[in-house]
Design a protein around this ligand. Structure first.
Ligand code: SF4
Length: 456
């Protein structure tokens, strides 16, 4: 696969097959599984190739891709060659990097979904990866096509199209720069207009961006009243008047036995190659040959039943929503990443085991091996940042906080960290109202009071 980027190993971009990214433990590459489609043989192949080429792990990313790490320049080339040969990547690196689409992964068997957007996503994916004029899209740009089942409701995308029902039938709601809840509504279009609408919006973004000195990487960076009007005008001929029925759709529950699938999650979204092969064998033994990989870092077995639960737990998988490990978000930390000073994931697991009231499966706690915050660039209710072997605690902000006042405890040893988190757990237990979650509770706590409680 010829390289078309100025440097093949750039930092700070989204890696893809043929355009890897440098990390502390070598190069990272990602396998794009459109619609989360992955069969048992592909999973075994990927587990084998990861083991032969780099670190023996597969990591699910927040876009539902499978990430392989620890590659050398040579092994990355061979890995990419395997992906292209088996249809898991495009022929050229530039075409592969132009695949910006995610879509609902379960809409063809989810009874709550309104429409299966996979065919739309496929056509759009092909159009983006075969039209060089569209390859200038920044590689973090995201187009999300949600069939209405709720599996992508929380995904922040540049362009969101969400299936809605109306008296006139199924249509798509078009919105910019956000999740289903927060994206700015542009209007509605017919199912058959979706691809044209998205391409017009993409083209408008590129043309606005071309005129800017500071190039935007996401639509939200350039969205204002004037640009919103330009986006709207670009698709006005395709917008229709519909009144959506029942737009209050909540995020889908994916884990465990659901109507249409059995869902499970590897802790931190990471499977060793051995575990991945074990999962493929288990699915096959139960008569299943396909998985769906969700951007929520959950794997679905279409048609799977609760008899999968115990053997999946034996393989270390999470199968219930209250599992403390669901609270944990962590980068690999040391020793996999040279920037890290702590083995973040093992620390997170130990703390979750010792303070189960705090790690209730809902309250997300981000363990970051350094202030870079790779595992979650957004704010988390709690972030633990390692620095030279000690830890800072940050609430409701990022690993490098936008507001330094949110750094509520600093320079803690491991023992001190465990004690402060126990104190925080007790504080939340006392302050929590009957009708609120732990993350809602921590969001309304007085920061100055919290600092006093944690530091005395
Ligand atoms: S956040 Fe984690 S993975 Fe990222 S550079 Fe720091 S230690 Fe490495």
């Amino acid at each position: 696969m010829p390289q078309t980027t100025p440097s093949p190993f750039r930092r700070g971009h989204c890696p893809s097959a043929g355009t890897p990214m440098e990390s502390g433990d070598g190069l990272l590459s990602r396998v794009n599984l459109l619609g989360g489609r992955l069969d048992v043989n592909q999973l075994i192949d990927l587990a084998d190739w990861a083991e032969e080429s780099g670190a023996p792990t597969l990591e699910i990313t927040s876009r539902g891709k499978l990430q392989v790490r620890g590659l050398s320049a040579q092994s990355e080339t061979l890995f990419t060659r395997e992906l292209v040969a088996t249809g898991l990547a495009r022929e050229t690196a530039a075409a592969e990097a132009a695949r910006h689409v995610i879509c609902s992964v379960a809409a063809d068997f989810d009874p709550k979904a309104l429409h299966d957007p996979y065919a739309i996503a496929q056509q759009l994916d092909t159009q983006l990866s075969t039209t060089p004029a569209l390859w200038q899209l920044p590689n973090k740009f995201l187009i999300c096509i949600d069939g209405g089942g709720g599996d992508l409701a929380d995904k922040n995308a540049d362009i969101r199209v969400d299936a809605i029902s109306s008296a006139k039938g199924i249509a798509y709601r078009i919105a910019l720069a956000g999740s289903r809840q927060s994206a700015v509504l542009l209007g509605y279009c017919q199912v058959q207009s979706c691809i044209d609408v998205i391409i017009f919006l993409v083209t408008t973004f590129l043309s606005i961006n071309e005129q800017r000195k500071d190039k935007a990487t996401r639509i939200k960076q350039l969205l204002n009243d004037d640009t919103f009007a330009l986006f709207k005008t670009s698709v006005s001929d395709l917008l229709i008047n519909v009144k959506p029925i029942n737009t209050e759709r909540t995020s889908a529950k994916l884990l465990g036995q659901q109507a249409g699938w059995f869902g499970f999650a590897p802790p931190f979204g990471v499977m060793s190659s051995d575990t991945a092969r074990g999962l493929a064998r288990l699915a096959t033994a139960h008569g299943h040959h396909k998985f769906r990989v969700s951007p929520e870092k959950v794997l679905l077995i279409p048609g799977g039943h609760s008899d999968l639960s115990a053997p999946l737990e034996t393989l270390g998988m999470i199968v219930t929503n209250g599992d403390p490990r669901l609270s944990l978000v962590a980068c690999p930390g040391a020793p996999a990443c040279l920037s890290g000073s702590t083995a973040t994931r093992s620390l997170a697991l130990t703390l979750a085991e010792h303070i189960p009231d705090l790690f209730d499966g809902e309250l997300r706690t981000h363990f970051s091996g350094c202030p870079k915050g790779c595992a979650n660039p957004q704010a988390s209710p709690i972030t633990i940042v390692a620095q030279q072997g000690n830890f800072d605690v940050i609430v409701n902000d990022r690993a490098t906080p936008l507001n330094e006042n949110k750094r509520v405890a600093q320079n803690l040893s491991t023992e001190e960290l465990a004690m402060r988190l126990s104190t925080l757990s007790n504080t939340l237990k006392q302050a929590r109202r009957d009708d609120e979650s732990l993350s809602e509770c921590i969001a309304r706590l007085d920061i100055e009071q919290l600092k006093i409680e944690l530091n005395t």
